[in-house]
Design a protein around this ligand. Structure first.
Ligand code: PEP
Length: 281
């Protein structure tokens, strides 16, 4: 990915008709956790109405508490893929936490007739799950969205990305999602989007930002600045190539991270802000 190996190789790639590079920009808005077919359909409808061809959909959720909702898993894949096809979604970012999830996605996609593509997301809790990285790196079918580890150095997270590349999969996007600190942050995680240009300087990977898991709420300042939108603009001005962001048709009913989900009616304004920030970049 530009750090330890053949410097002439590039890390840009096209997947299912969508081009990813250090110059492109794509928004992956969607459900942090799939909870019903109805919500998936409302989300996909909103994406299509706003000319979006990428989405995020969480089926396998790594939760801090074993008693918390763990995601619908393989049960929701048939309708997620079917609806993605119906609404013209070309790439879905979907987290996997185990090798079996990759096989389940593979089977569900081919059973549905491959109506969409999937980008395998490796979450912050698995950034240094080296066996999972090797397995994801060995398969060439799906590109990978690797999240920065929230409590390790940037260097360690970039080395995790090299695990994917060294096993053969160079279609990797690196995602900044905020860091844990012990400084009593007002946000869920300390927003680290100033590191977008640093990652681009050190590697050739496209860089994603996740404003939802960084900020962790729909909070706004008295002058009406919604913090999720504000940090998104910061990240895009810093050169981000992808935005992973939580939306939900009814955040109060969401089973995971409802407080940080934006409303579907906020999607046009969000996309407008993204476009303005991109122009400023
Ligand atoms: C997510 O994107 O759904 C998620 C759990 O993110 P992270 O791994 O960054 O906590």
């Amino acid at each position: 990915l530009g750090r330890h190996k053949d410097e002439t190789r590039s890390s840009h790639f096209e997947y299912n008709g969508v081009l990813f590079s250090q110059h492109s920009l794509h928004v992956f808005a969607g459900l942090c956790a799939v909870d019903s077919r109805e919500h998936v359909e409302l989300m996909m409808q909103a994406l299509q109405a706003n000319h979006q061809v990428c989405a995020r959909m969480g089926a396998y959720k790594p939760r801090t508490s074993p008693y918390a909702f763990q995601g619908l898993g393989t049960a929701c894949l048939p309708y997620v893929f079917e609806l993605a096809g119906k609404y013209g979604i070309k790439v879905i970012a979907m987290e996997v936490t185990h090798e079996s999830h990759i096989h389940e996605i593979d089977q569900a996609l081919s059973k549905a007739g491959n109506p969409t593509g999937v980008m395998l997301q490796i979450g912050t809790r698995n950034t240094q799950n080296f066996e999972l990285l090797k397995i994801a790196g060995r398969q060439q079918k799906y590109p990978i969205l690797l999240k920065r580890g929230f409590g390790i150095t940037l260097e360690e997270s970039l080395n995790a990305a090299e695990y994917l590349a060294s096993e053969g999969n160079r279609r990797v996007i690196f995602c900044l999602r905020g860091m844990k600190t012990n400084a009593g942050d007002p946000h869920r995680n300390f927003v680290d989007f100033a590191h977008v240009p640093v990652v681009k300087r050190l590697t050739r990977m496209p860089v994603c930002i996740d404003p939802s898991h960084s900020v962790g709420s729909r909070a706004q300042s008295p002058d009406g600045i919604m913090e999720v939108m504000h940090v998104t603009a910061q990240g895009i001005i810093a050169g981000a190539n992808m935005v992973l962001v939580d939306f939900h048709p009814a955040p109060e009913k969401a089973l995971v991270d409802g407080p940080q989900a934006l409303l579907l009616e906020e999607l046009p304004r969000f996309l407008e802000d993204v476009a303005i920030a991109r122009e400023a970049y």
